[in-house]
Design a protein around this ligand. Sequence first.
Ligand code: PAF
Length: 294
Amino acid sequence: GIPTMNTTSPTIQHGIEIIESPALLQQRMLQARAKGQRIAFVPTMGYLHEGHVSLLRAGRARGDLLVLSIFVNPMQFGASEDLSRYPRDLDGDLAKAATAGTDLAFCPQPEAMYPVGFQTRVEVTEVQKGLCGDYRPGHFAGVATVVLKLINLVQPHVLLLGEKDYQQLQVIRRMVRDLALPVEVLGCPLIRDHDGVALSSRNAYLSPSEREQARSLSQALFAARAAFAAGERRRDALLDVARSVLAAQPALRLEYLELRDASDLTPPPATLNDPVVLLIAGYIGRTRLIDNLL
Ligand code: PAF
């Protein structure tokens, strides 16, 4: 059945305590802290896949209380983006979360997170520039703002985020450092499907033929990594290797393909010597996909 949402008192679904009210959650988490419980927190927008489940498992190993949030955050979607059709499956999400030992799920309504009069915005001004930031104006402010609010509600000891959204992870790491938030940020590896495609809730939008076309993103990254492994250290030569793979898949409308320093996302020198990440974003049909590889 479809879980019904509480407004005042917690309910249990799939063995998980579900809280919808931000005030109730904050109170519940204060009690957990007072009991000395270590809190691990995985923020998500739902439609969970194995990538999310791997974050929950990592959190399970690091906390006494494992908290998941499911909230499709309107503030991080642009006007022409996919907010209204973003996939949702709360019951399926809770079933998956239960397999990873989730204790509590926070599932607020947008009006509870952004009540009338809400007007605060957190901007991580430099890290949000370039890459996805150039194509999704306002996106990272929306992410930083909601993650800060979620951290204040959950008060976790450890926050687990996937490396798939590599720039998002760096934005949040920077915010946590800059604002001295008392939380450890743990980045967890991106998970791929058998065909190499990075797991994403948005893969649900792809038709079978688009799914085939979507392989070009990871194939381009793998080709560059093979060249790197074979000794190539020239930045532009590595990008050319990746671009030649993309040229064979005209269905991909590329937004960017860029090499960046793996720790601070600054552009690397012409000859690489520090760890770098190759990041890609583009559209297959109406679906925007991203991927990256260290
Ligand atoms: O990565 C996501 O799913 C979202 O950007 C996050 C971190 C849950 C904030 O809404």
